[in-house]
Design a protein around this ligand. Structure first.
Ligand code: HEC
Length: 412
């Protein structure tokens, strides 16, 4: 079928783009594991399997080799733009070869990884813990489910947020945060609960998209693979007093589980003076017919000069690719790509944070091109046979939103 072939060609073209920084010196296999695997496979990482020591790596050598070879690991395959994406863990072609040959035999692995010692768990002490009042129970069956929770906040400056106990939040695939200073959603929940009998399964309400005054995702996104979200040095969030809205996308793991997201703020330092705000680009009025692929382009025109600090993508089961570019106002209308994610997967979603903020001039256009796959070939497809998909809540709807975090430009 033509559309399926086209989907495949598109993915192949994007994946074959050269890896980043090909001029940099190559690293040892042990250094590569520390940089590209340990953030997730280390002591407080989100991956189920630890790969941060000599014996653990040796034990899982063959599986690791297979998953590196077929490109499954490391999962983040955002295209580096030269702006120094803070979270990119893409392997260069030669680094991949170094790892594969180190993992090829037991003897080569013993030699390559003998220096690898266990990394100490994250020692960051949370200053503020945020915990909603009531948990929500999800049953054993059914696909992805969305609930929004609330936790009270004081006005404060923070540079990020993390799961307080990453290991215990396993059914949460993706979590996005927004400030809700007017407590709009909590009032809505109170009304829903008083009109009907209180739900037997406890707290949270179903909600999506823009929450209160600040778009969902605007204060960061956490996922299975990215249990903390932090702005680069120099930047902070100004969180108003009121509620924090915590939108969770969860998947039961074969048994009924309680969901209660507990989070910790990462406090801002004195130097983190530039406050970021969010530009929300939601995919509204999306329609993808059964067994087809579709694409959608979202645009936003920048009113005054800004520095782009991070791009967050919130997507459900059908979003498969994201390309993000900035089109300048000069006579050539030059388009600069900032991000290419050829294989977006909800469970692996992570925020893309730039080490060096990207200056975007007034009048420039931010453009996100999104690819959706509603065929049976999509591994996250919740319906067999496939059904028509519209904007809405997972698992049957698609609630994609691109959030761009920007700070007002200061002269450099
Ligand atoms: C961004 C986070 C992240 C990074 C970086 C990462 N992984 Fe993973 N890895 C995961 C997660 C999450 C899973 C579990 C996937 C699941 O269960 O769906 C996983 C699963 C695996 C597994 C399979 C475990 C099993 O029981 O099936 C292996 C092996 C593995 N990773 C190896 C690696 C290697 C080698 C690297 C570095 C080259 C790496 N990973 C980098 C997050 C990561």
């Amino acid at each position: 079928m033509l559309h399926r072939i086209l989907c495949t060609i598109f993915l192949t073209l994007v994946v074959s783009t050269p890896a980043r920084g090909d001029s940099e010196a190559s690293e040892s296999a042990a250094a590569l594991v520390l940089r590209h695997c340990s953030p997730c496979h280390g002591g407080d990482g989100a991956a189920p399997l630890r790969l941060d020591s000599f014996d653990r790596l040796l034990r899982n050598r063959q599986l690791a080799r297979l998953l590196i070879e077929d490109g499954t690991m490391p999962p983040s395959i955002a295209l580096d733009s030269g702006n120094g994406l803070l979270t990119t863990r893409r392997l260069r072609t030669d680094d991949r070869a170094t790892l594969l040959s180190a993992l090829a035999t037991r003897a080569s692995a013993m030699e390559a990884f003998k220096s690898l010692t266990t990394i100490a768990p994250n020692s960051l002490v949370p200053s503020v813990l945020l915990e909603p009042e009531r948990p929500w129970t999800i049953g054993a069956a059914g696909g992805a489910q969305i609930r929004t929770f609330f936790a009270a906040t004081d006005a404060q400056r923070v540079r990020g947020v993390r799961f307080a106990q990453p290991g215990t939040q396993a059914p949460i695939r993706l979590l996005t945060l927004a400030a809700d200073p007017r407590r709009t959603l909590r009032q809505l929940e109170a009304r829903l609960v008083s009109n009907t009998a209180p739900p037997a399964d406890g707290g949270g309400i179903e909600a999506m998209g823009n929450i209160g005054l600040v778009p969902s995702g605007a204060l960061g996104g956490l996922s299975l693979v990215q249990p903390r979200f932090e702005l680069p040095a120099g930047f902070c969030f100004e969180v108003p007093a009121g509620d924090l809205a915590i939108e969770t996308t969860s998947e039961p793991i074969g048994r009924a589980v309680e969901v209660l997201p507990t989070l910790a703020w990462i406090p801002a330092r004195k130097e983190d003076a530039r406050a970021v705000r969010a530009i929300a680009m939601p995919a509204v009025a999306l329609l993808v017919k059964a067994d087809t692929c579709a694409s959608m382009t979202l645009t936003h025109t920048i009113a005054a000069d800004v520095d782009v600090v991070a791009i967050l993508v919130k997507g459900g089961a059908f979003l498969r690719s994201v390309e993000f570019e900035v089109q300048s106002t000069d006579e050539h209308r030059r388009a600069t790509p900032l991000l290419t994610v050829p294989d977006f997967r909800m469970a692996f979603a992570e925020p893309w944070v730039f080490t060096r903020a990207v200056r975007v001039g007034a009048g420039s256009i931010l453009r996100a091109r999104l690819g959706f796959d509603n065929t049976a070939d999509n591994p996250q497809q919740p319906s067999r046979p496939t059904l028509e998909v519209r904007s809405g809540l997972p698992p049957l709807g698609e609630d994609t939103m691109v959030v761009v975090l920007v700070a007002d430009a200061v002269s450099r």
